[in-house]
Design a protein around this ligand. Structure first.
Ligand SMILES: Nc1ncnc2c1ncn2[C@@H]1O[C@H](COP(=O)(O)OP(=O)(O)OP(=O)(O)O)[C@@H](O)[C@H]1O
Length: 684
C-alpha cells in the first residue's frame, strides 16, 4: 500500500505510534508543554488524562522537592485516588503566604508558595529581624513593632520586585486584575521593540465611560498623569494583602492559658489590626518544626536565646502542661565565650559580644561524651580530647601586644554547658527531653506507643541546634538516661533504649539540606502553607488556637473502571517509594540513614593531618579517642555572618587549625570516635 505523504503522513505515523512512545513523550514534558500538546493533538490529549502522569508532574513541579514532605503537606499516604492535576492547579494559583517565626533574639520570615517555594531558595537562610542588641549591633526594630517592620520591609521589596520579572518575588508582588483600586500602585506594561517595559504607576481615578484609568508614574511624578486601559495594568500587592502564618514562640505556648488571651495575642492584634485584608493564622513553633519532618507527633526542643524548652506534640496536639524547661540558652553560651576570651586577652570584654558570638557560631562543636569524668575535668587532666586549636585574629581596635588569640578547649567547653549536670540544680538538655516524655507517660492518658513515638521523634531547633555533633550527643545521652533505674517505666515503652532518635533536618531529593536546624520551624510553616489545602480555614481576625493535622483526603478518579483496582495496586506499588512514606526513619540520626550517621560513627581524622589513609585502621581502630567533627558532614548551610568572613582567622575555619600534638600522632593508626556502649562511658 502506498504511504500517505505530507501532513496526512505525519498524522498516520502518529496514529501508528505505540502507546508507550506517546506516553514517553508526554511524560518527558513539563506542565506548560503538556498543556500545549494536549490542546493541539487529540492523541496526546488522551495521554494527558493519565492520573499517574499528573502525579509525576506534581512531584516534579511543586515545592518542597521532597516526596515525603509533599505527601505530608497534601495530607495523603497514597498517591492513588487523588486529583493531582487539580491540586497542582490550586497550588499554582494560590496567593503566597508570609511565614514568620517570632524569636526573642531574632525573628525570621519569608514568603512561601506551593510551586515557587521559599523566597530565598532552599538551603539559604531566611530574612532575619534582629531584636536583641549588642554594643556593636543595635536591634533592627522594637520588639513590639516587629510585624509592622516585616510588612514595611516586604513592601519595599515588592516595589522592586513588581517591575523586575527576574525577581523571586515578582509574581508574589502582583495581584489579580480585579483588584485595581484608586490610590493603589500598579504595574503598567508598555510594549517596546525589545519586549515589554514595566512601569510602576499610581492609580488616580477610573473613568467608567471610557473604561480607562488615569495614572501617574511613581518615580517620575513631575510627568503629567496619563490614561491607560485596565488590561495594561496589574495591581501591586502590599504585604498586608498576603495571608500570614505566625509561629508562636515556645515560651508563649508553654505558658498559654487556654481560657484567657495572653498579652502576646494582644500584641499581635495591635500590630496587625483588625482590618488586615490577608488572613492571619497562629500556630505553635513546635508543630511547625515537626511539619518540616512530615510529622505531627514528637518532642520538639528549642534551644532559644534565654532558655531551652522541650515541648511534646501528640498526634497534632501540643501538650503544653508536659513541657520542660532549662534556663540555659544561646545567649548564655555567648556569655561563656565572652568570659573565656576575656581570660585569654583582657582587651576582649563584653563590648565584643557580637564578635564572640560569631566565634561561637563558627568554631564551636559538641564534643563526644567524655566518659565518667566531666569534659572540663578531662581537659584539666591534660587530655587534649582531639581538639584542634584555631588561631583567630583580633579585631583592630582590640589589638594590644597580641594580634591573635588561639581557640582550643573553648571550642567544646562553650556548647558543653548544655550538657553539664554539675552546674547547680538545673537539668541538662538530654535530661529535660527525657523528663518531658516521662511527664507525658505519667499522665496515664496516652498509650505506650504514643510515648515510644515521642522518643523516636525528637527534633532539636534553635540556633544552637546548628552546633555540629549536637544531635548524636543528645541521642546518645538520652539512651544512657533511659538505662537508669529511675527511668525504667519510661524505657519499657520502647523496644530497647536504642530505640530513641533525634531527627535530622530535612533533605531534598538529591540529599541536599533544605534548611539548617535554626530555621526548621520556619521551614515547616512554609511546607504547610504551600499545601494545596492552604493552611486551614482562612480566618481573619482570629489568631488563637493551633492548627490541627491535615485530614487524609482521597478523590476518587476511577470509579467502577474494569481492572481499576488492579491498576491502582500496581501503580501504588510502583511509586510508593517516591513518596518516601517510611517517615520518620528517613530523618533519623545515628543509624537511620540520616546525614549525622557519619558524625556519630566515624569521626575520622583528616587525611591532611594524619598522612595517607590507613585502610587497616579505618574501622577496627587500635586507639579510640574523640575527634572534632570538623570533617564530618555538616548540613549547616545557613550563611552565618561569621562564615561569610566577620571573624578573620589565620586558619581556615572549623577543623582547619593545627592539631595539638599532631607531630606525635603522625604515623599512628587513624583514630575513630564511637559512642561508648552501655553506661555513660567508661574511663579510658
Ligand atoms: N551555627 C550556629 N552555631 C551555634 N549557635 C548559633 C549558630 N547560629 C546561630 N546561633 C546562635 O543562636 C542564637 C539565636 O538563635 P535563634 O535565632 O534560634 O534565637 P531566637 O529564635 O531569637 O530565640 P527564642 O527561641 O528564645 O525566641 C544566637 O545566640 C546565635 O549566636
Amino acid at each position: 500500500m502506498e504511504e500517505p505523504s505530507g501532513a496526512m503522513g505525519c498524522f498516520s505515523q502518529l496514529l501508528h505510534m505505540p502507546h508507550e512512545v506517546c506516553a514517553g513523550i508526554v511524560w518527558s514534558l513539563g506542565v506548560e508543554d503538556t498543556a500545549k500538546l494536549a490542546s493541539s493533538c487529540k492523541l496526546f490529549a488522551q495521554e494527558t488524562t493519565d492520573a499517574e502522569l499528573w502525579f509525576q508532574l506534581f512531584l516534579r513541579t511543586c515545592w518542597p522537592p521532597s516526596g515525603a514532605l509533599l505527601a505530608f503537606a497534601e495530607g495523603t499516604t497514597t498517591p492513588v485516588g487523588i486529583d493531582w492535576r487539580h491540586r497542582m492547579q490550586v497550588r499554582m494559583e494560590s496567593t503566597p503566604t508570609i511565614v514568620v517565626d517570632m524569636g526573642r533574639g531574632y525573628t525570621k520570615f519569608t514568603v512561601a508558595h506551593g510551586v515557587r517555594g521559599r523566597w530565598e531558595m532552599d538551603g539559604c537562610p531566611p530574612e532575619l529581624v534582629q531584636l536583641c542588641s549588642s554594643p556593636t549591633h543595635p536591634p533592627d526594630c522594637d520588639r513590639n513593632e516587629q510585624l509592622s517592620y516585616i510588612h514595611h520591609r516586604l513592601d519595599r521589596t515588592f516595589l522592586d520586585a513588581a517591575t523586575d520579572p527576574s525577581h523571586r518575588l515578582h509574581k508574589a508582588a502582583l495581584g489579580p486584575r480585579s483588584e485595581l483600586k484608586v490610590d493603589q500602585y500598579a504595574v503598567y506594561r508598555t510594549p517596546t521593540a525589545a519586549g515589554a517595559n514595566l512601569v510602576l504607576v499610581r492609580l488616580l481615578q477610573h473613568c467608567k465611560e471610557e473604561n480607562l484609568w488615569s495614572v501617574e508614574a511613581v518615580k517620575r511624578r513631575s510627568e503629567k498623569p496619563f490614561k491607560v486601559g485596565p488590561e495594561e495594568l496589574t495591581p501591586m500587592r502590599r504585604a498586608h494583602d498576603l495571608p500570614i502564618l505566625i509561629g508562636e514562640p515556645f515560651v508563649i505556648t508553654a505558658n498559654r492559658d487556654a481560657n484567657s488571651q495572653s498579652s502576646w495575642d494582644s500584641l499581635i492584634r495591635s500590630q496587625l489590626g483588625n482590618n488586615r485584608p490577608g488572613a492571619v493564622q497562629v500556630v505553635s513553633q513546635a508543630q511547625m518544626a515537626l511539619w518540616a519532618h512530615g510529622l505531627d507527633h514528637g518532642i520538639v526542643v528549642n534551644i532559644g536565646q534565654q532558655q531551652t524548652i522541650a515541648m511534646p506534640v501528640l498526634r497534632g496536639e501540643v501538650i503544653a502542661s508536659c513541657s520542660t524547661t532549662c534556663n540555659i540558652g544561646s545567649a548564655d553560651l555567648t556569655q561563656v565565650m565572652v568570659s573565656l576570651m576575656h581570660r585569654k586577652a583582657p582587651s576582649l570584654d563584653s563590648s565584643l559580644m557580637t564578635w564572640c558570638r560569631d566565634l561561637k557560631e563558627e568554631y564551636c562543636y559538641v564534643s563526644p561524651p567524655a566518659g565518667n569524668m566531666t569534659l572540663r575535668a578531662r581537659l584539666a587532666a591534660g587530655d587534649d580530647f582531639g581538639i584542634r586549636p584555631v588561631p583567630v585574629e583580633l579585631p583592630n581596635f582590640a589589638r594590644g601586644e597580641q594580634s591573635t588569640v588561639e581557640l582550643a578547649e573553648e571550642r567544646v567547653i562553650v556548647p558543653e554547658v548544655l550538657f553539664e549536670s554539675n552546674r547547680g540544680p538545673r537539668q541538662t538538655l538530654p535530661q529535660i527531653i527525657v523528663e518531658c516524655a516521662s511527664m507525658v507517660h505519667s499522665k496515664g492518658t496516652y498509650t505506650q506507643e504514643d510515648v515510644r513515638d515521642l522518643l523516636r521523634q525528637v527534633v532539636l531547633v534553635g540556633g544552637a541546634a546548628d552546633f555540629p555533633g549536637i544531635r548524636p550527643r543528645v541521642e546518645y545521652e538520652m539512651r544512657c538516661l533511659l538505662q537508669r533505674a529511675e527511668n525504667q517505666q519510661l524505657s519499657s515503652c520502647c523496644e530497647s533504649t536504642d530505640d530513641v532518635y533525634v531527627l535530622n533536618p530535612p533533605l531534598d531529593r538529591s540529599s541536599n539540606p533544605l534548611v539548617s536546624p535554626r530555621f526548621v520551624p520556619l521551614f515547616g510553616g512554609c511546607v504547610r502553607a504551600a499545601s494545596s489545602a492552604g493552611y486551614g480555614e482562612l480566618q481573619r481576625d482570629k489568631n488563637t488556637g493551633a492548627l490541627r493535622s491535615l485530614p487524609l483526603q482521597a478523590e476518587d478518579l476511577e470509579p467502577g473502571e474494569d481492572g481499576g483496582l488492579r491498576r491502582r495496586l500496581m501503580w501504588q506499588r510502583r511509586i510508593s517509594g517516591m513518596l518516601a512514606l517510611q517517615l520518620p526513619n528517613i530523618f533519623r540520626t545515628g543509624g537511620g540513614g540520616g546525614e549525622d550517621d557519619q558524625v556519630w560513627q566515624e569521626f575520622f581524622e583528616s587525611d591532611e593531618e594524619m598522612g595517607a589513609p590507613d585502610e587497616s585502621a579505618s574501622l577496627a581502630c587500635s586507639e579510640e579517642s574523640p575527634q572534632s567533627p570538623d570533617n564530618a558532614s555538616s548540613s549547616h548551610s545557613h550563611a552565618s555572618p561569621a562564615r561569610s568572613g566577620r571573624c578573620a582567622t589565620k586558619g581556615r575555619g572549623k577543623g582547619k587549625g593545627k592539631r595539638k600534638g599532631s607531630d606525635a600522632s603522625r604515623g599512628r593508626s587513624r583514630r575513630i570516635w564511637r559512642p561508648v556502649p552501655g553506661a555513660q562511658g567508661d574511663e579510658e
